[in-house]
Design a protein around this ligand. Structure first.
Ligand code: OOG
Ligand code: NI
Length: 468
C-alpha cells in the first residue's frame, strides 16, 4: 500500500479499540482478570460445542470474538454529543438506535456508535454506548443552572483531535501519521482524570441530586466507564467471577439462558472506588472518592424482528411486574425462575424462529444447492429451498443494546440492584438535534442484511422470479 493512502476507517477503529483496551487494562486491573476468564470460557465452549463453532466460522464471527467489545461514556452537553459523532465517524462508527433511560429513573438518553455494514462489523464490531445527560430532569432549578455553568466551561476534546476530525472530514480520510496521532489524541478524551473540576461541596450537592449527575458534571471528560468483552457462555462467567475475586451484580439482564440465544444478556461487577482531588482546601485540593468505572460481560444472540421484539418486551415486562429485585438482590432466584417460566412461551429453535419470522437470518447457498438446482427443481418458497437443503439460514447477531438492561447496568453501577420502573419520557427529536444527525433504525438494518443475503443466494441458484 502506498504510504500516501488514507488509512481505512475500519483500521482506525481497530487501532482505537486496542488502545482503549490497553489503557483500561492499565487503569482497571480487574478488567484484565475478566478478559482472561472470558477467553478461557470461550475456548472451552468452542471445544465442546461443535455446532456453535461451525456457525461462528460460517458467519466469519470466530476471528472477531476476542476483538469483540463495547464501551460506554456519558456526556454533559449538546455540543459534546455533536463532536463525538464527528469523532466516531472518522473510525466508521455511526449512531444507531435511540434509548430512553428515564424509564428507569436514569436522567439520560442514549445511542450506540457502531459500524453499520456487514464487512465493517466483521473487521471489528467495536461500539460505544453514548449517553447524554438530561439536565432538564433535575428538579432543583438552582442546581440545574450551576451544573450548566460548570459544563459550559469544559472542553473534552484536545485541540489536535478537533483539528484532525476537521481534516478527515475535509479530505475524506487520514494518512497513517495523522491516524496514529488521531488515536492518541482521541484517547485523551476517554481517560480517567483524578482531578475534579469542582469542590467537594459542589460534588456532594450534585451527587445528592443523582450520582450520575456528579459523574458527568464534576470531571474534565467522559471517562470510559467500562469495556465489555463478548462471552459465549455468560452463566459460566457469572458463576466463576467470584473465584477470581470479582463479585457480579445479582442477576444477568435480558432474556434467560436458552438453546438459541436471542438479543443480548449482560452482567456487570461493581465500580471501583477511586481517589479524587477536589478543587480548594490545601494547594493539592481536598481528597475524596468517586465510583465511576466497572466491568461488564455480554453474550450476544440472534437479532429479533419487530414481532419477536414485541414478544420479548411483553414477556420481560410481565416478569418484572411479577418479581422486582430488591436492593440487596436477595430474591434474584425468584426472578430467574419467573423469567425462565415466562420465556417458555418464546420458541427456542432456529427453524421456528425463522418460519414464524421472529428473528433475522443470513441466507447462503449450500453445496447441495449448487449441485441440485436445475429447471425441474424450481422451488416455490424460501422455506422449501431450506427444507430441501439448498439454502442454509444462519442467525444474524444482535449488534445493539436493550434499554431495560442498560438501565439495570446503570442502576447496579450506581450502587443498587433494585429495579425501578418509571414513566417514559423519550425525546428522540431533541437528541437528534444535539447529535446533528438522525440515528439509524436498527431493525431496518437487520432487515436489509437478511434481504440482501437472500437476494444474493437466489441469484446464485439462478432463481429470478420472486419466491415468498
Ligand atoms: C451505560 C450502561 C449501559 C449497556 O451495555 O447496556 C451499557 C453506562 O453506564 O454509562 O453499557
Ligand atoms: Ni455496557
Amino acid at each position: 500500500m502506498s504510504t500516501d493512502a488514507f488509512v481505512p476507517a475500519d483500521e482506525i477503529r481497530s487501532m482505537f479499540s486496542t488502545a482503549m483496551s490497553d489503557m483500561y487494562r492499565a487503569e482497571v486491573p480487574q478488567y484484565g482478570t475478566l478478559m482472561e476468564l472470558v477467553a478461557e470460557i470461550n475456548q472451552g465452549k468452542l471445544e465442546t460445542d461443535a455446532k456453535l463453532r461451525d456457525r461462528l466460522e460460517h458467519n466469519d464471527e470466530l476471528d472477531r470474538i476476542d476483538l469483540e467489545r463495547h464501551g460506554a461514556i456519558r456526556l454533559g452537553k449538546s455540543e459534546e454529543l455533536y463532536n463525538m459523532r464527528r469523532l466516531f465517524a472518522v473510525m466508521g462508527m455511526h449512531p444507531v438506535g435511540y434509548y430512553d433511560l428515564s424509564v428507569a429513573g436514569v436522567p439520560v438518553h442514549s445511542t450506540a456508535f457502531r459500524p453499520i455494514d456487514d464487512e465493517a462489523l466483521k473487521r471489528n464490531p467495536f461500539r460505544v454506548f453514548t449517553s447524554l445527560l438530561r439536565l432538564e430532569l433535575i428538579e432543583d432549578a438552582a442546581l440545574r443552572t450551576e451544573a450548566e455553568q460548570i459544563l459550559a466551561e469544559r472542553e473534552i476534546f484536545t485541540p489536535d483531535a478537533l483539528k484532525l476530525i476537521y481534516l478527515a472530514e475535509k479530505n475524506g480520510g487520514l494518512y497513517r501519521v495523522q491516524a496514529e496521532q488521531f488515536v492518541a489524541e482521541a484517547l485523551e478524551t476517554f481517560r480517567w482524570h483524578s482531578d475534579a473540576t469542582v469542590s467537594l461541596e459542589t460534588y456532594q450537592k450534585l451527587h445528592d441530586a443523582h450520582r450520575l449527575i456528579a459523574d458527568v458534571v464534576c470531571f474534565k471528560g467522559p471517562h470510559i466507564n467500562h469495556l465489555t468483552p463478548r462471552t459465549l457462555d455468560i452463566d459460566a462467567v457469572q458463576r466463576d467471577m467470584p473465584k477470581r475475586g470479582i463479585s457480579p451484580k445479582a442477576i444477568v439482564e435480558g432474556p434467560p439462558a436458552r438453546n438459541c440465544p436471542i438479543l443480548l444478556r449482560q452482567t456487570s461487577f461493581k465500580a471501583l472506588e477511586e481517589q479524587v482531588h477536589f478543587v480548594g482546601g490545601s494547594p493539592k485540593g481536598t481528597v475524596g472518592t468517586h465510583t465511576a468505572r466497572f466491568g461488564e460481560i455480554e453474550q450476544r444472540g440472534i437479532a429479533l424482528t419487530a414481532e419477536g421484539r414485541k414478544l420479548y418486551d411483553t414477556l420481560l415486562a410481565a416478569t418484572r411486574h411479577a418479581v422486582q429485585i430488591n436492593e440487596g438482590g436477595s430474591n434474584a432466584c425468584d426472578y430467574e425462575t419467573e423469567l425462565a417460566d415466562r420465556f417458555a412461551a418464546f420458541p427456542d429453535d432456529y427453524e421456528t424462529l425463522r418460519v414464524e419470522k421472529l428473528a433475522f437470518f443470513r441466507y447462503s447457498v449450500t453445496e447441495a444447492g449448487q449441485n441440485g438446482m436445475n429447471k425441474e427443481n424450481i422451488a416455490n418458497s424460501v422455506n422449501e429451498l431450506v427444507d430441501r437443503g439448498f439454502l442454509r439460514a444462519d442467525p444474524i447477531i444482535y449488534e445493539d443494546f436493550l434499554p431495560v438492561s442498560a438501565a439495570g447496568i446503570f442502576q447496579s453501577n450506581l450502587g443498587s440492584d433494585e429495579q425501578k420502573n418509571y414513566a417514559e419520557q423519550s425525546n428522540q427529536d431533541v437528541f437528534e438535534e444535539c447529535l446533528g444527525a438522525k440515528v439509524s433504525d436498527e431493525l431496518a438494518l437487520y432487515a436489509e442484511l437478511e434481504q440482501s443475503s437472500l437476494t444474493d443466494a437466489l441469484t446464485q441458484l439462478g432463481i429470478k422470479k420472486k419466491v415468498a
